[in-house]
Ligand binder design. Structure first.
Ligand SMILES: Cc1cc2nc3c(=O)[nH]c(=O)nc-3n(C[C@H](O)[C@H](O)[C@H](O)COP(=O)(O)OP(=O)(O)OC[C@H]3O[C@@H](n4cnc5c(N)ncnc54)[C@H](O)[C@@H]3O)c2cc1C
Length: 378
């Protein structure tokens, strides 16, 4: 039985992260997150971080979960991705407004990490416009039959259960598909820019029969409710992932600038280098505060939380890209070499501008919010 107090959880996370960080480069190089790391995440309770205690989770508050995401994300982006996908996108979504039957069948195993979940929405021709998916379902007696092809599915390579989205002539529904169901084929992918150890795969579904009880939240709730809820949780996690990468890059940048000597002086004494450091310190502080604000609004269930989460995700991933790029700059040639972490942080940061809604998608949502909120009446 793990200690569920938030202090104990975060202490465990820091100890785990201290061991994880030196291994992250190897996981990235080998494009493989070892099973033992996944098990350690599970045994520590992290995979049920936001799942309520009654379902076997840790029941962390949003701010506590944010801190956990930052601690793990600073050590290893692929390990943090497991938290985002399994915990935020799937487990936390199922812990919401889904049937008691689904909760009983899946949540305790997901919260404990006995089973790993992944989120299968994207397809080769349906990304930002995910509703335009071509994976189909038809109802046949007491099962739904799924046919289609999902792409870019993080952790599909090792997941036991897939939250799959499919359409019936424009009516999108969500289903829980067990890995061992006949007709499920997993095709591992490699060669990614970042999240390389996240067991990414394509998921091909050929006449996959899913029991009717595995329909999540009813016919037609797939996009408007399930996917949007999942992405809302996922964006919060990604916002903190940006803080994590930016903080890690800031530390690399400062450490190097304080030691490296050129022209007889430490490069940290040159004002053009100091400008990058100042911008990094400012950006990380601002991103963290936006994440905290989103976390507080989540805890209060404020109507402002959706916009606050989109803003935090957009800003934080932008800051992560800039700060990691500047870290590469400050480290010069060493920044471009995998003997230092800067180049990996730089690659990982770019991923955050693509996943859980690209930066352009966030900008569109934020602009819509701005136009409805700040347009003067009359
Ligand atoms: C590392 C990684 C992990 C991933 N993991 C998962 C996963 O676990 N599950 C899953 O389902 N998917 C996953 N994805 C897929 C990811 O969600 C998509 O890549 C993302 O939604 C973007 O879709 P796309 O790649 O098809 O790009 P597109 O949608 O084709 O976008 C291409 C470009 O066009 C821009 N664009 C598109 N529409 C608009 C618009 N209306 N206005 C302005 N600009 C626009 C985009 O911002 C982008 O710059 C993952 C992707 C990566 C890279």
């Amino acid at each position: 039985m793990v200690d569920r107090s938030s202090d104990a959880v975060l202490e465990r996370a820091r100890a785990f992260a201290a061991e994880l960080a030196p291994r992250a480069a190897k996981f990235d190089r080998e494009e493989h997150l070892p099973r033992e790391v996944v098990e350690r995440m599970a045994d520590s309770g992290f995979l049920g971080a936001t799942v309520p205690v009654e379902w076997g989770g840790l029941g962390l508050t949003p701010l506590e979960y944010g801190e956990l995401t930052e601690v793990i994300g600073k050590a290893c982006a692929s390990t943090r991705a497991l938290l985002t996908v399994h915990t935020s996108l799937v487990a936390e979504t199922l812990a919401g407004r889904t049937s008691r039957r689904i909760k009983e069948k899946y949540l305790p195993d997901l919260a404990s990490g006995r089973r790993i979940a992944c989120f299968a929405l994207s397809e080769a021709d349906a990304g930002s416009d995910a509703e335009g998916m071509s994976t189909r379902y038809v109802k046949k007696d007491d099962v739904f039959v799924l046919d289609g092809h999902k792409k870019w599915i993080s952790f599909a390579g090792i997941a036991d259960v897939f939250l799959v989205f499919a359409t019936d002539n424009g009516t999108v529904s969500a289903f829980l598909v067990d890995r061992e169901t006949p007709g499920v084929e997993i095709r591992p992918m490699s060669g990614m820019l970042g999240n390389r150890a996240a067991h990414m795969a394509e998921v091909v579904l050929s006449g996959v029969e899913v029991p009717a009880e595995n329909l999540v939240s009813g016919i037609g709730a797939g996009f408007a409710f399930v996917a949007n809820t999942a992405l809302f949780h996922g964006r919060y996690s990604i916002a903190w992932a940006g803080v994590a990468l930016a903080q890690a890059a800031l530390e690399e940048m400062c450490t190097y600038a304080a030691r490296r000597v050129q022209f007889g002086s430490r490069i940290g004494s040159f004002q053009l280098v100091q400008r990058m450091i100042a911008d990094a310190v400012t950006g990380v502080s601002a991103a963290r505060e936006l994440c905290r604000r989103a976390g507080r609004l989540r805890a209060e269930r404020s109507p402002e939380v959706i916009a606050a989460t989109n803003i935090a995700k957009y800003f934080s991933s932008t800051v992560a890209c800039r700060v990691t790029s500047d870290a590469v700059q400050v480290l010069g040639g060493n920044g471009c070499w995998n003997g230092y972490p800067a180049e990996r942080l730089f690659r990982e940061a770019k991923i955050l501008e693509i996943i859980e809604g690209t930066s352009q998608v966030q900008q569109t949502l934020i602009a819509d919010f701005g136009l409805t909120t700040f347009t003067k009446k009359g």
